[in-house]
Structures are given as C-alpha cells and as structure tokens.
Design a protein around this ligand. Structure first.
Ligand code: NAD
Length: 352
C-alpha cells in the first residue's frame, strides 16, 4: 500500500465504462486516480482533464512499472481483460476487472492462480450483484424465508439493445461472445450468488443471431459502426438450462435483441418450498392466512457498499471482505463457455 493511507489507482480504458470506473473510485476519500491509459489520445486527454488525472499514457505497460501504484482498474474490450489483468497482477497490483472475467475459462483460471500466488486482490465488478435489491434478496434466502430454494429463472433480455453493431462488441475475436458474455454474465452471477452455489455439473444451451447479422436491434450504448468488413458473428439471444452440483436448476435467458413486450427486462425468480421471490421490484409470494399473497419487500441499507469501487478500496483497507470472489467469477465463466460449447455441439456439456 502507498504512504499516507491512500491508494493510488490507474484506470485502463477511458470508454463508456472507464469513465464510470474513474468516477466511482473518486467517491472514496482514500482512493486517488493518479493515472490513465487510453490508446485514443483524444479520449484519454478529455478524460484526464475532466477528472484531473495527472498521468496519461497510451501504453498501459508504462503504468505497471510505477512502484507507487496500488490498484489497476480495467475497462477494456473483453479480449484484453485477461492479458492486461495478468500483466497487472504479475506487476504486483491489485486488480479490479470489468466483466466478463475473460473470453474463456482457461484464461480466467490463470488470473485466479496469479492473484492467489501474488496475494493480490482480484475482483470482477459484477455491479448487478452489488445492488441493494439483490443483496436484500440474499438475506431473505439466508434467513430461510423461502424454505429450500430448488429452482431459479434469471434473465436479462432487451428488445433492441445491441451495443454498437460493428464495434468490438459484436465481433467474436474481440468480444469472445455476444449477449451471453455481455449481459448473461450479470444475470447468471446474480442468480448463483442468491443460490449460494456456483458449481455447475451440466449445461445445455442454445444461441441465436437473428437481428444483429441483419443490422437490426441497435441499442443506445454508443454509435454503431456498420461495415460489411466487420461481421456480426456473436449471439444476440441465448437460453440455457444449468444443473448445479446440489441438483438444483437455473434457467438463464439473455438477449440483446428480440421481439418482447418490455424494452429491457432484467429480473429473476426463485422457487422455494415455502415461498417464491421475484425481482425487480423485490417481492415475495406465499400462502398467507387469507389466501395467496404477494408482498413488496423494502431494501435494506446495512449492506455491502453498492459502489463496487468503494467496496474494493474498503477491502484493501481491511474494512470489508471481498464480495465477489475470483473463484466465483471463474465458475461463472465456465458455465458461459459451456453454453457456447453446448450450442456448437448440440449436446449437454459436463463441467468438472
Ligand atoms: N459493468 C457493466 O455493467 C458494464 C457496462 C458496460 C460495459 N462493461 C464492460 O466494460 C468493458 C469496456 O466497455 P465499454 O463500453 O467502456 O467499451 P468502449 O469501447 O467504450 O471502451 C473501451 C476503451 O478502451 C480503449 N482501449 C482499447 N485498447 C486499449 C489498450 N490496449 N490500452 C488502453 N486503452 C485501450 C478504447 O480506445 C476505448 O476507449 C467491456 O469489457 C464491457 O463488457 C461493463
């Protein structure tokens, strides 16, 4: 840790989410964003000026050489997550990594091993898990309000929400995958966290690409760069049945684009022996004295800080325990990979 009880942070990537990383770290009084790496000089300069960041570089490796740097926060296209995180961990930095952890489980496992070996904090910023609603839901599960939870449905589906058609997001070699990696990762992570179980034994999945390949389904996450030289070769809808070690099941649905009633649905349902739970908003369903009832549950406030960067710094200061653990993110990555493999092979995929 650096002197004066402050932690020096470098953010890598100043795109849409990189700016959120900077802003979120700046909410913590003990965090100083001292450096930024961005390959686009114009974007880098704008962000450095806006947030008063003293050092700006185009090559992130220059930052890793800084001895006074404690934390590296990665907001890069998916294919750069694993190599940059690995380099940062090997340089002795703590790493906050945006999702998905990597573009395959093999690379994700290398990160888990490097963090363990170097005793560095590695966390994937699963911001959906950090929401008070999800954390309150977990308290209900832990308190036994639902009885035995034996099945779950989790989904993030959009009607027209493909991020920037033609950009790295929609090319397999840069993104690794489409809606499954981009938003399925949140829906799955949230669900497994609520079930308190990350180990799956079998996955059966299917993926589709019905909109993006026609140039349809564009969302509002930046401007599309439609160009025949940049093929849309990722999924824009997927569905999976996941069997967990305990025998419980999860149905995962994800879409960037699909004909559906809501423009954007991001929710979950838990099936317990004593009650059911649905969010959002957080509701319980159960048999009451006067018939079957649905009740809204107020969210609690005595929870892990919903700002994932503030939480990350608190962990380094010894004020909090890591909320998202590397082994959990690796398990999520294995399941996402299995969905793609199952879709490719037409078979159920066993996970070891
Ligand atoms: N947690 C969330 O809810 C959430 C939301 C959106 C995006 N994301 C994730 O954040 C990551 C970035 O997404 P985005 O929308 O900000 O993408 P983006 O394309 O807007 O930003 C990526 C930035 O990285 C820069 N870059 C590329 N290569 C670089 C390199 N080698 N060194 C330094 N800079 C480099 C690009 O110039 C660009 O400015 C993705 O992995 C995405 O999945 C997470």
């Amino acid at each position: 840790m650096s002197k004066q009880n402050t932690l020096n942070v470098a953010v890598i990537g100043a795109g849409a989410i990189g700016l959120d990383h900077i802003r979120s770290f700046q909410q913590h009084p003990a965090a100083r964003v001292v450096a930024l790496a961005e390959v686009s000089p114009r974007r880098g300069r704008e962000a450095a000026d806006l947030f008063n960041i003293p050092e700006l570089v185009t090559d992130y490796r220059r930052l890793l050489a800084r001895a006074d740097l404690d934390v590296v926060s990665i907001a890069l296209p998916n294919y750069l997550h694993a190599p940059v995180a690995l380099a940062a961990l090997r340089a002795g930095k703590h790493v906050m990594l945006d999702k998905p952890m990597a573009t395959n489980a093999r690379d994700a496992a290398k990160l888990v091993a490097a963090a363990k070996k170097g005793r560095r904090l590695l966390m994937v910023g699963q911001n959906v898990r950090f929401t008070p609603e999800v954390q309150t839901a977990r308290q209900l599960v832990d308190a036994g309000v639902l009885g035995e939870v034996y099945h779950a449905k989790t989904a993030w589906t959009r009607r027209s929400g493909i991020p920037r058609i033609g950009s790295w997001f929609t090319q397999k070699r840069f993104a690794g995958g489409g809606s499954t990696y981009d938003i399925g990762v949140h829906a799955l992570d949230r669900c497994l966290y609520l079930l308190g179980e990350f180990d799956a034994v079998a996955v059966s999945g299917q993926t589709y690409s019905k909109f993006g390949a026609r140039g349809l389904g564009e969302g509002s996450w930046g401007k599309s760069e439609i160009d025949p030289a940049k093929p849309f070769d990722v999924d824009d809808l997927s569905v999976a049945l996941i069997k967990l070690k305990s025998g419980r099941t999860v149905l995962l649905e994800t879409s960037w684009a699909a004909h559906q009633p809501e423009p954007d649905f991001n929710g979950l349902q838990l099936f317990g022996t004593e009650a059911g739970l649905l969010l959002p908003p957080l509701r319980l369903f159960r048999q009451g004295k006067h018939g079957y009832a649905s009740e809204l549950v107020p969210t609690r406030t005595d929870l892990v800080d919903s700002n994932r960067m503030v939480h990350f710094i608190d962990c380094l200061l010894g004020k909090a325990e890591p909320f998202v653990k590397p082994a959990e993110s690796l398990a999520v990555q294995k399941i996402l990979d299995a969905i793609y493999r199952s879709a490719r092979t037409g078979r159920e995929v066993r996970i070891r």
